[in-house]
Write a protein that binds this ligand. Structure first.
Ligand code: NAD
Ligand code: UDP
Length: 310
């Protein structure tokens, strides 16, 4: 049995990760400030004696005897991370410093939840881990992108200077049950709009692309990465390489929900990446053949069922 700290554990991805870690016989400390996460996401875990919930902000230091840290604390939706950009960058940078410091002190392995946003609006397609990216340092997405890039730098520096055991994963667009209905990200927005027969808000002409990964595939990849051989530290892309335009996504959601919704075109936000697709060769090679198993239609059906239920 390992004692595992999950920061951002009451969020969308964190709640699935906590659940899976508990199911595999671990003890889990879920640390969250509930900015975008909620107790509702982990309510079903609260009765488990091996689950502990801590209200805490990662920008403040924290101490616990633990074996592993999954550092997920950070708002992920553009709407939420742009709400208070200074807080967002503090969360990424000071959160990483605090969690790396803790990992150093208790000799824990730390997995940093980085993002495909480190590639910015990529000019290399699909994105491989050796691509340095095309990121605007002073735009509306910078608080998130640059915060996450700096967190990666901190991981590498703690590893090289202090021998901290690190793992960096770059997560590509992930969706599934427990996304907040007002989260603002595209999959949840489109499903909620379609179920209410309201207009589907299409930013730009919908020709921009994303590659959507179902949350269970991500959790599997995260756990394989955490427990991979010590010299494999990443960064490694974890995503589903099947790429869709946002217009195709809208059409798929309308079809699967049988909705009467019409598409309403709105301006494309500043610096919205035009294309995104992971090259996952490195993950497949180093994580025992890991690859996504749930494709878009199946994942959307599960997510639609969830949103119908709430
Ligand atoms: P989310 O917003 O549902 O979860 C983030 C969690 O972190 C929430 O529970 C929130 O309350 C908590 N949090 C935020 N600031 C905090 C702070 N200062 N102290 C403590 N807790 C704090 O988002 P998510 O989709 O579950 O994302 C989880 C992680 O994965 C994030 O680090 C995000 O950057 C990363 N990621 C997600 C995606 C995706 O598509 N979902 C893609 C790339 C990277
Ligand atoms: N998007 C959209 N309508 C929405 C929400 C998002 O057309 O209601 C677009 C957004 O402009 C982007 C894509 O969908 O091109 C993915 O957006 P999301 O916020 O989910 O993630 P990110 O841009 O961070 O990949």
């Amino acid at each position: 049995m390992k004692r595992i700290l999950v920061t951002g554990g009451a969020g969308f991805i964190g709640s699935h990760l906590c659940e899976r870690l508990l199911n595999e016989g671990n003890e889990v400390i879920c640390l969250d400030n509930f900015f975008t996460g909620s107790k509702q996401n982990i309510r079903h875990l609260l009765g488990n004696p091996y689950f502990e919930l801590v209200r805490h902000d990662v920008t403040e230091s924290y101490y616990a005897e633990i074996d592993q840290i999954y550092n997920l604390a950070c708002p992920a939706s553009p709407v939420h991370y742009q709400y208070n950009p200074i807080k967002t960058i503090k969360t990424s940078v000071m959160g990483a410093i605090n969690m790396l410091g803790l990992a150093k002190r208790v000799k824990a392995t730390i997995l940093q939840a980085s993002t495909s946003e480190v590639y910015g609006d990529p000019q290399v397609h699909p994105q491989t881990e050796d691509y340095w990216g095309h990121v605007n340092p002073i735009g509306i997405r910078s608080c998130y992108d640059e915060g996450k890039r700096c967190a990666e730098t901190l991981c590498m520096d703690y590893h090289n200077q202090n021998k901290v055991a690190i793992k960096i994963i770059r997560i590509f667009n992930t969706y599934g049950p427990r996304m907040h209905p007002n989260d603002g990200r595209v999959v949840s927005n489109f499903i909620v709009q379609a179920l209410k027969n309201e207009p589907i808000t299409m930013y730009g002409d919908g020709s921009q692309t994303r590659s959507f990964q179902y949350v269970d595939d991500l959790v599997e990849g995260m756990m394989r990465m955490m427990n991979s051989r010590p010299d494999f530290i990443g960064p490694v892309n974890i995503g589903n390489p099947n790429e869709f335009t946002i217009l195709q996504l809208a059409q798929k959601v309308i079809e699967l929900t049988g909705s009467q919704s019409k598409i309403e075109f709105k301006p494309l936000p500043q610096d919205d990446p035009m294309q995104r697709r992971p090259n996952i060769a490195k993950a497949m090679e180093n994580l025992n053949g890991w690859q996504p198993t749930i494709q878009l239609e199946e994942g959307l059906m599960k997510t639609i069922e969830y949103f119908k239920g709430i």
